[in-house]
Design a protein around this ligand. Sequence first.
Ligand SMILES: Cc1ncc(COP(=O)(O)O)c(C=O)c1O
Length: 437
Amino acid sequence: MKKNPSEQAATSATAPEHASAGQGAQSILRMRSKLSFERLVEMGAKMGMENPLFLCHDGAAKATTHIDGKEYINFSTYDYLDLNTHPEITAAVNEAALRYGTSAGASRLVGGERPPHRILERAIADFYEVEDAIAYVSGHATNVSTLGFLFGTRDAIFYDGLAHNSLMQGARLSGAERYSYTHNDCDALEKMLREHRAQHRRAVIVTEGLFSMDGNIPDLPRLIRLKKEFDCMLMVDEAHSLGVLGATGRGVREYFGVNPDDVDMWMSTLSKTLCGCGGFIAGRHELVEFLKYGSPGFVFSVGMPPIVAAACAKALELLQREPERVHRIQRISQFFLQYAQGKGLDTGAAQGYAIVPVMVGDSMVAGFLANALFRRGIYVMPITFPAVKEGQARLRFFLSASHTEDLIRRTLDAVAEELPRAQETVDNYRREHQDME
Ligand SMILES: Cc1ncc(COP(=O)(O)O)c(C=O)c1O
C-alpha cells in the first residue's frame, strides 16, 4: 500500500539513523521487514492499494468522523455508548485537571492516590457487585501484568483460542503451562482439564465476555461449572461486553444472570464503553490488595492520570443513569446483523452485539474492499492476517449507539456492491502477475 503522509515523514526522519545502524539494529530491521502487517501493506502498495492504517482524524471519532476535512461514516471506534465528548465527562475532566493536573506523578504505591482513583475503583466494584477493584494505566498491561504476576511455572492457564493478545502475552510471561482450547468449545476445554489439570498447582480459565474478532459470546454458565469441577480460577475479559451486554449493560454476567462471585477476576479495559484509557480487575478484596502490592504493571508504573479516572467514573455513572444507551446499541447491532444477512453477507459467528464482522476471506480483498468503501465515505478497518488466520480476513464493524438505520443501510448496500469488485481486482492482479509470484 502507498504510504500516507505522516508515515512518509516518519520514514525520512529516521532514515539516516537506520543507515548508520550497527549489527544489532540491522538484525532488528531485518526482523521488522518480516512483520506481517507491514508486509501486507507493502504487498498491497504494489497492487495499488492505499494504506488504511494510521490515518489522522480531525476531531473525536463518533458515528461519523472527519479525515482531511471529509466526513465518513465511522465503524472504527469503540465508543459503543456514544459517550465520548459527553459534556458531563468533559466537565469532570476539566475539573480534575484544574485540581490535580494531568499526571498522577508517580506509581500510586509511592506517589499516592487522588480521589478520582478511589471513586473509580469503588464504582467499578459496586457495578460488578464484588468487593474491590484495581485500575491499571493500560488495558493491555492489565492482562499482561495480572496473569504474569499471579501464575508461575507450576500453574496452568487454559485460554480460549481467540483470546486477546494481551491475555496470551500475560500467559506467556507467567511461565505457566499454556493450554489453548478451540474457540468457545467447552467440550474441548473439559477434555483438556480432565487430561492436564491434576498435573498443576493452580489453574485459571481465561475467556472474553464478547469476542472482539467474531462478536460472539462464551457459554459462561458452563465455564463456571467447569471452573468449580476442576478447581480453577476464572477470568473474564469484558473489554467489549461492559456496557453492551445485559439489560442494563452490566456485561456478560447480566446477560446470563450469573453470580458475580463465580468469576474470580472481572477484567475490562477502560478504553471502550468507558471512553478513557486503562484497565481493571474486579474481584475479592484480598486478590486486589495482592495485585496492588505486587503486580509489576501497577507497582512499577505511573498511576492512571486522575483526569482519566474522572472521565471513566463519569462514563460509568452515565451508563447506569441512561440505560437507553445500552438498548440503542443492542437494537442497532441487531439491525446491522439482520440487514447484512439479508444482503447475503457472511457475518460469521456474530450474535449482533456491537461487533459484527463481514467475512471476506482473502486479506488483499479485505484491504481493497476497505479502500473502495473509504472512497465512498465509509471508514471501516480490514482485519487481516496475522490478526486472524489467512482465509478469515474480514471487515470488522464496531457499532455505536448513535449509528442510525439509514447510515447502516447505506454502508451495507455499498459493501454488497463493492465486495465482488474488490474480489475481481485481486483476481485480475493475480492472473496478470502469476509468473512473478
Ligand atoms: C479483549 C481485549 N482485551 C484487552 C485489550 C487491551 O485494551 P487497551 O486497548 O485498552 O489497552 C483489548 C483491546 O482492544 C481487547 O480487545
